[in-house]
Write a protein that binds this ligand. Structure first.
Ligand code: ADP
Ligand code: ZN
Length: 636
């Protein structure tokens, strides 16, 4: 779509051959037959030469001033007088000799002409031999350099696509794609469906770009970068483009992996080049996709020699970000699906200090995305957007775009006049089949299980006095979690045993609900169990909260000590206590859920329908909590 590569003369094989051909041609013309008549020439002294001319042997004389020699071509009838050997036919035999001085030579020839001994022509050759000379000294060098370019361009071009013909001449240049500001059909926020939160956050960046003075006049510093964090296909690139479109500024886009090449120093010089270009076009946006390719935390495996090239690229990026002023009008947006692997230096203030989360869409957002991508399609009236968005849990925006396109292709294959519901269903099946492993696409049954699980957490945390009050629950997969519940943890300085046990019970509520309702337990609870187990060990071994081990802390803060500060029998008691504690809370969770089966089922059902529910919804089902939270107490 936007293929705005700089217009460079293409360097490819044809050019190389062309250059070689010219060189060869040049060679042949310049040699003028000089070097080719091996056996038919002879060296002579100057007096011998004079002698030959006086005898009238010379047919033509060529004076090479630069080299200080002259060449006397011999008349055919006198060849035998000079050369005793047989002369090859078709070759002009000659005698060469050093010239004492040009003046003397001219005098001599003049006299010979006057006397009638020499009537041939005399030519002076000065310029040409200079060129030949030059050529011979630099020709091979040029040739080697050309060869080198050629080889390097083949090596460099292969890897990261698009390099191809431009090859080595651009190795250090950034490969950023530039979208100019005034292009037609630019992307705006209208093209980004859903993502209300993310859009709101980037809205501010648009303001910075459009009207920087408003902020700088008050002494504010405009942020240099923001990080878009979210799974692939959720529209991070789209959002960044929309920012550029809304602010009406040019947009440079590049992938993190484009910086890193096999040549040392290339990444760093590409970063430099990118920022130089961007500054020329300022105000503008630089978008770096997959920034983790360069931005991974440094020195993780430096024992293995590390990845110096990547590190130097990252360092250059940091330097450039620090180097340009806050009011230079360049804002860098970077995308990643894992902010946690990034180097801390990248996330520091003044660099990518804002993180904008771009999550997988929920059912309503999916509807909006469908509406965007259904627009260009010809649909019949069987197609129902609500139905489609309910059928596609876990799909990203890119998946939905893909479904729409695929449906149109399927309809076309069946010679239909319009795309119908069945085509969409086949497309969904195809995408699920093809993508299952790549993204977190769910089947209806999985969705159900996850809803039960999350509803279990939500119910128990609502019903227990000390569990953190819930803010929202979703079954939209996020990062590595399949569903999530947000709580508003109270800001406590100390935590009591009751509070910890209530939290533990709520955390176990997910699995308890699964077991109670479906009779099966699933792998979805692994994170919960891990948290609970750690917490229980902490309570028993460090906080002295075990029944059989009261008031004992076995905390050991020596990092690499392999010795436990307690005996084998204590270890057994700890394990035993932990098991009992968790088992008791699990039973408690099941009991509570059993007592509130109805409400739990309602909550789960609501989750399946809406995918996101908030505290109000839980309150509507369970009624208000009888306890005011501590936060509320402090505030009131
Ligand atoms: P990412 O950069 O997060 O991997 P992209 O921005 O490249 O994802 O999205 C790929 C395509 O998916 C977009 O070009 C667009 O067609 C579609 N898409 C993704 N998210 C949305 C959205 N929120 N609204 C509309 N289309 C979307
Ligand atoms: Zn859970």
């Amino acid at each position: 779509m936007e293929n705005n590569k700089p217009k460079m003369p293409k360097f490819n094989l044809t050019w190389l051959y062309f250059i070689i051909a010219i060189i060869l041609g040049f060679l042949v013309i310049n040699s003028g037959g000089q070097g080719l008549n091996g056996g038919s020439s002879k060296e002579a002294t100057y007096s011998q030469f004079k002698n030959y001319v006086e005898q009238g042997y010379a047919s033509r004389i060529l004076v090479k001033k630069e080299e200080g020699i002259l060449r006397m071509y011999v008349k055919a009838e006198h060849i035998r007088d000079i050369f005793n050997t047989q002369i090859e036919k078709g070759k002009l035999p000659y005698v060469e000799t050093a010239i004492p001085s040009t003046d003397k030579l001219e005098d001599f020839i003049q006299s010979q002409q006057d006397q009638g001994h020499f009537d041939g022509e005399i030519t002076y050759d000065n310029g040409n031999s200079g060129w030949t000379h030059l050529f011979w000294s630099f020709g091979p060098l040029i040739f080697i350099v050309l060869m080198w370019f050629f080889i390097m361009s083949r090596m460099g071009g292969g890897g990261s696509g698009g390099g191809g013909p431009m090859g080595i001449f651009n190795v250090g240049k950034s490969r950023a794609k530039l979208v100019e500001k005034d292009r037609p059909n630019k992307v705006t926020f209208q093209d980004v469906a859903g993502q209300a939160g993310a859009k709101q956050e980037v809205q501010e960046i648009v303001e910075f770009l459009k009207n920087p003075k408003r902020y700088t006049d008050l002494g504010g510093k405009i942020p240099k970068g923001a990080l878009l964090v979210g799974p692939p296909g959720t529209g991070k690139t789209l959002l960044a483009k929309a920012v550029a479109g809304e602010a009406d500024v040019p947009f440079f886009s590049m992938s993190g992996s484009d910086f890193v090449e096999m040549f040392v120093g290339v990444g760093a010089s590409r970063v430099r080049d990118l920022f130089r270009q961007a500054k020329e076009k300022s105000p503008c946006i630089i978008f770096i996709d997959e920034i983790d390719a360069v931005g991974r935390a440094r020195g993780r495996n430096s024992a293995m020699g590390g990845n110096d090239e990547r590190e130097s690229t990252l360092n250059q990026l940091l330097t450039e970000m620090d180097g340009f002023g806050t009011n230079s009008g360049v804002i860098i947006l970077a995308a990643t699906n894992r902010a946690d692997v990034l180097d801390k230096a990248l996330l520091r203030a003044g660099r990518f200090d804002r993180q904008i989360h771009v999550d997988l869409p929920d059912v309503n957002e999916r509807k909006e995305i469908f509406q965007v991508h259904l627009k260009p399609l010809k649909l019949d009236d069987t197609v129902d957007v609500d139905f489609l968005s309910r059928q596609t849990p876990g799909f990203s925006g890119a998946d939905i775009a893909n479904v729409c396109n695929e449906a149109a292709l399927i309809a076309a294959r069946n010679d239909k006049k319009a795309v119908s519901k069945d085509d969409f269903l086949s497309a969904v099946d195809r995408i699920i089949g093809g993508l299952e492993k790549k993204t977190k696409v769910m089947t209806a049954e999985e969705k159900n299980t996850i809803a039960l699980h999350e509803a279990g957490h939500a119910s128990i945390s609502w019903l227990l006095q000390y569990a953190s009050p819930l803010v929202k629950v979703t079954i939209v997969p996020r990062g590595r979690a399949l569903g999530a519940a947000w709580y508003l943890p109270e800001e406590r300085q100390i935590t009591t045993r009751e509070q910890m046990l209530d939290e533990m019970c709520a955390t176990l509520g997910g699995r308890a609900a699964e077991e109670l309702i479906t009779g099966h337990i699933s792998s979805g609870a692994m994170n919960d169990l891990e948290r609970v187990t750690k917490q229980a060990y902490g309570m028993v071994a460090y906080m002295g909260m075990g029944e059989k081990l009261p008031n004992l802390c076995y905390y050991n803060n020596e990092e690499y000590s392999f010795q436990r500060p307690y005996s084998e029998s204590t270890a057994q008691i700890i394990d035993e206590e932990v098991k009992q504690m968790i088992a008791a809370q699990y039973e408690r969770a099941k009991t509570i859920l059993n007592e509130h089966k109805e409400e739990h089922a309602q909550l789960a059902q609501l989750l399946v329908e809406r995918e996101v529910i908030f505290a109000e919804d839980v309150e509507r089902i369970f009624g208000p909590r009888p306890w005011t939270s501590r936060t509320e107490e402090i505030l009131s």
